[in-house]
Ligand binder design. Structure first.
Ligand SMILES: [Cu+2]
Length: 86
């Protein structure tokens, strides 16, 4: 699964995925020659981008993807990655 972020705000956002280590494969349009294993990535402000690559093999359920800035999280900067029972 490839997840791409584009940050349209003027603040950086440390985006975090529960239940999975992903590979950071791109930051600000630059592909990384050696993808980095991460569970959180700082997405730069003002149009900054990032991309994660991971195998969608977590146990079935709802895995939270959110900003690790607590103020942003409390304001609702959160979604889910849902894994279905196969
Ligand atoms: Cu944030």
């Amino acid at each position: 699964m490839l997840v791409r972020f584009k940050n349209h705000t003027d603040m950086a956002h440390p985006m975090h995925l529960h239940g999975r280590v992903f590979k950071l494969v791109e930051i600000n349009g630059q592909s990384l020659k050696y993808p980095l294993p991460k569970d959180t990535t700082l997405i730069p402000p003002n149009g900054g981008t990032g991309a994660w690559l991971f195998e969608a093999t977590s146990p079935p359920g709802h895995w939270v993807l959110h900003c690790h800035n607590d103020v942003h999280l409390a304001a609702g900067m959160m979604t889910e990655v849902d894994y279905l029972q196969s």
